[in-house]
Design a protein around this ligand. Structure first.
Ligand code: SAH
Length: 349
């Protein structure tokens, strides 16, 4: 239900403390409420059992808690869990839990739909409907942590911003969410276990470096040749590889942290020797590692995974050049939970 009461989780701890002082109560009450809202993820004011009934009522009269709701949950044969998350205004995003023997990773969304127009990605076809608020991003992590404990008896270990949306087009909210996730007032997770994946927006990559962020950076490169990259990721026309390179050099100079490049190899698009050489050259600009991702078809018939020979050729050439390369097998494909497949299929908006 949409009301015009304010979402209390849009307030900082200080603001909640001030609110209580203005009500003639103690600032300390604000700490208690804040703890319920974040560390304990309370879904209602009534759940705040160490707060008096009158105070709970007063909060109810002034605020709402806009919690996300896991609408449907699907489990894949490989253990991947995909959640369709309903937001307070009825829109839906998806998030995924990916278990491996050594870790459990949450793949979270940052926007409803996406601002960009990558031709191979199902989310791009939805267009951007709105940015997620910090609490909507945080709540996805809490929901997946719960599922991880429930199904795998262990807490979440890693977070990747590789769900729906372009996180750098919703920078402020993503940063606020990460601050909360890493804060002792929130989930207390280490920033080292968080990776933000971007299609590469140079100005924002530089801003992140200036902001001295502590999480990891992954860039969805897919081609190191401008014409090829522009054909499959049209925004590359506005942010060409030269600018991307410069921003990555800036990032590395400031953070001294390696960058990961995400790369899919498609038949007839980026599978020639020329493509490989351009990529290897690009990898030499800043210390990096490469994740080759299996293509997950989005049913348009245009893009097809390249053959094994092309894949082997990439791997060998990269390794010969001392570049660390991982090949990521797709997870959760049977339930459309793999990279680029998040498109609210089967969910009514
Ligand atoms: N907008 C961000 C994060 C979301 S996409 C970004 O571009 O990085 C997460 C990853 O999935 C990106 O590397 C993206 O290029 C990749 N991807 C998108 N569609 C895909 C598909 N159909 N198959 C495999 N990977 C895909």
């Amino acid at each position: 239900m949409v009301t015009n009461k304010q979402d209390i989780r849009a307030l900082t701890k200080e603001q909640i403390r001030d609110f209580f002082v203005k009500q003639g109560d103690k600032a300390f009450r604000g700490n208690q409420v804040y703890e319920w809202l974040w560390q304990k993820s309370a879904h209602s004011f009534d759940a705040m059992t160490n707060v008096s009934k009158e105070t709970r009522q007063m909060l109810e009269n002034n605020f709402v808690i806009n919690h996300i709701k896991v609408d449907t949950m699907q489990r894949s044969n490989d253990g991947t869990v995909k959640n369709a998350i309903r937001l307070h205004d009825g829109l839906i995003v998806e998030s995924v839990l990916i278990p491996t023997p050594t870790r459990t990773t949450a793949c979270v969304s940052s926007q409803v739909g996406c601002s960009l127009d990558c031709k191979f990605c199902a989310t791009a076809q939805l267009k951007r409907m709105r940015n997620l608020n910090p609490d909507e991003i945080y709540d996805q992590v809490v929901a997946i942590d719960k599922e991880s404990r429930l199904y795998y008896n262990r807490p979440l270990t890693n977070i990747v911003f590789m769900g729906m949306g372009e996180p750098l087009m919703n920078y402020n909210n993503v940063i606020k969410a990460i601050n909360k996730i890493t804060s002792v007032d929130g989930l207390g997770m280490s920033a080292k276990r968080i990776t933000l994946s971007t299609s590469g927006i140079p100005k924002m990559i530089k801003k992140m470096a200036d902001d001295d962020v502590k999480f990891n950076l992954a860039v969805s490169l897919h081609s190191a040749i401008d014409e090829v990259r522009t054909a499959i990721m049209p925004f590359n026309k506005t942010f060409p590889l030269k600018d991307l390179r410069e921003s990555l050099e800036y990032w590395y100079a400031k953070t001294k942290r390696k960058i990961s490049y995400e790369y899919v190899i498609w038949k007839g698009i980026n599978d020639t020797q020329k493509d490989i050489e351009a990529f290897v050259q690009f990898c030499k600009y800043v210390p990096c590692k490469v994740n080759i991702i299996e293509y997950n078809p989005i049913d348009d018939g245009v893009f097809q995974q390249a053959n094994n020979e092309a894949l082997e050729n990439y791997i060998q050439t990269l390794e010969k050049n001392k570049i660390v390369v991982n090949v990521r097998r797709s997870r959760g494909k049977d339930i459309d939970a793999a990279c680029g497949q998040l498109a609210n299929k089967g969910n009514k908006l």
